[in-house]
Design a protein around this ligand. Structure first.
Ligand SMILES: Nc1ncnc2c1ncn2[C@@H]1O[C@H](COP(=O)(O)OP(=O)(O)OP(=O)(O)O)[C@@H](O)[C@H]1O
Ligand SMILES: [Mg+2]
Length: 396
């Protein structure tokens, strides 16, 4: 464990760097497409560079180019160290190590079954059950749970000083917080027990018999058997599973864990970010930071600049005339005037949007300890160099 990772006091950090130095798990959440994956990778890269230690970014769905740049293509659950040459190419010498892993839902489920199944025969039967194969491979809900479960596993193994987690763009983006509790509830639910009772006893009870006869005809008896077998087998893992789900839940609430809400300042993501902040606060998770991504530059708020833009539009003909007489190669005066008018108008329009953004930023910024803003870069962020450039803007 690197020494600078622990903060001696509980004082409020004022930068993302200070926050991350004090934590072991950082979970980036936010609505779809706002930059969660990019922020998680950038923050992890910055921490590895500046604070040292072993830093892991656990990502779910990096864009292909970023995955390639991080050497993640096709590696699944295995953690991989970003080679020092990648940092050298970006012109930096990191103090620590940056590792990356991608979440392989199916593989993680299989590992979980391996861990909790009472014996090898049960394990094999679960792994071969068609319903299990569907659930572990495709269900979004199972994805939520497994992401948190995998985080727990990596944290317990203790090989990393800091784990930065990227969360999937689920329809209900905070579902993952409740996934462990839901999983535990599910295993203790009455519905589950009712479902499997007829298959447990060899004598299907008289009341439910007609139901099963009809269901058999509609769905096919194989299907119902698969379901029943699945649940009966899963029950054998009950204790291990529930204990584990509770431990995962505790870890999310632990003081070593913090959440970073990522958002842009467009209306819909802002509404969702507000919702995230409320939920995290209500449920007593540690809300560490708000990262506002793709924010318009502050110079658009400058009143003097806006006044100049207005003048540019108003006096476009006059300015164009002077410009063309000095520099005839810029073109026809009418054409140049049109361009100048457009530029002035656009600048002022962007200024209005920037004002709206600034207001939303102020409203959002009240809750978290740290607020960082990231400008809209001209190009996509797809390599370590880009991540570090973005990282620089949020770090201190
Ligand atoms: N500040 C920025 N400036 C320019 N491009 C950016 C910026 N932040 C992110 N991007 C780009 O925006 C796209 C979406 O980013 P990212 O994949 O990180 O979002 P996400 O929240 O993880 O999306 P999803 O919800 O689909 O997982 C990427 O192509 C990324 O390179
Ligand atoms: Mg993503």
């Amino acid at each position: 464990m690197s020494p600078e990772r622990r903060s001696p006091s509980e004082e409020r950090p004022h930068s993302l760097g200070a926050l991350m130095a004090a934590k072991e798990i950082v979970i980036c959440c936010g609505s779809g497409g706002v930059g969660k994956t990019t922020t998680a990778a950038a923050a992890a890269a910055m921490s590895a560079c500046k604070q040292g230690g072993k830093v892991l970014v656990l990502t779910v769905d990096p864009a292909k180019r970023l995955a390639d740049a991080l050497g993640l293509e096709g590696i699944g659950n295995t953690e991989r160290k970003i080679p020092p040459e990648a940092f050298a190419r970006a012109g930096v010498e990191p103090r620590g190590e940056l590792w990356a892993a991608m979440l392989d839902t199916k593989q993680s489920w299989d590992n979980l079954v391996h861990r909790h199944a009472p014996d090898q025969a049960t394990e094999r039967r679960i792994l071969h059950n068609p319903l299990y194969q569907n659930i572990s491979g495709r269900f979004v809900q199972s994805h939520d749970y497994i992401a948190m479960e995998r985080l727990y596993e990596l944290h317990s193994e203790g090989s990393f000083d800091l784990i930065v987690v990227d969360t999937p763009p689920t329809r209900n983006a905070l579902d993952f917080l409740e996934a462990p509790a839901r999983m535990a509830d599910f295993f203790s639910s009455r519905l589950l027990r009712l479902l499997i009772v007829p298959y447990r006893s060899r004598f299907v009870n008289l009341a439910s018999k007609p139901f099963y006869q009809v269901a058999d005809r509609i769905l096919g008896s194989q299907f119902l058997e698969d379901i029943a077998e699945f649940f009966i087998l899963f029950q054998t893992m009950y204790d291990g599973f529930v204990q584990r789900a509770r431990a995962v839940e505790r870890l999310l609430h632990d003081r070593r864990t913090t959440f970073v809400v990522v958002s842009t300042l467009e209306a819909a993501p802002v509404r969702e970010a507000e919702f995230f902040i409320d939920v995290l606060t209500d449920k007593k998770f540690h809300l560490g930071a708000l990262v506002l991504n793709k924010v318009l530059p502050d110079y658009l708020l400058d009143e003097a600049a806006s006044a100049r833009a207005a003048r540019l539009s108003r006096s476009a003909e006059e300015i164009a005339g002077k410009l063309v007489s000095e520099l005839p190669e810029v073109g026809e005066p009418e054409q140049v005037a049109r361009v100048l008018r457009e530029v002035g108008e656009s600048f002022r329009n962007y200024g209005v949007v920037a004002q709206r953004e600034a207001k939303q930023r102020d409203e959002l910024a009240a809750a978290p300890e740290v607020v960082a803003t990231v400008p809209y870069f001209e190009t996509d962020i797809y390599d370590l160099d880009g991540l570090l450039r973005l990282g620089d803007t949020i770090w201190s």
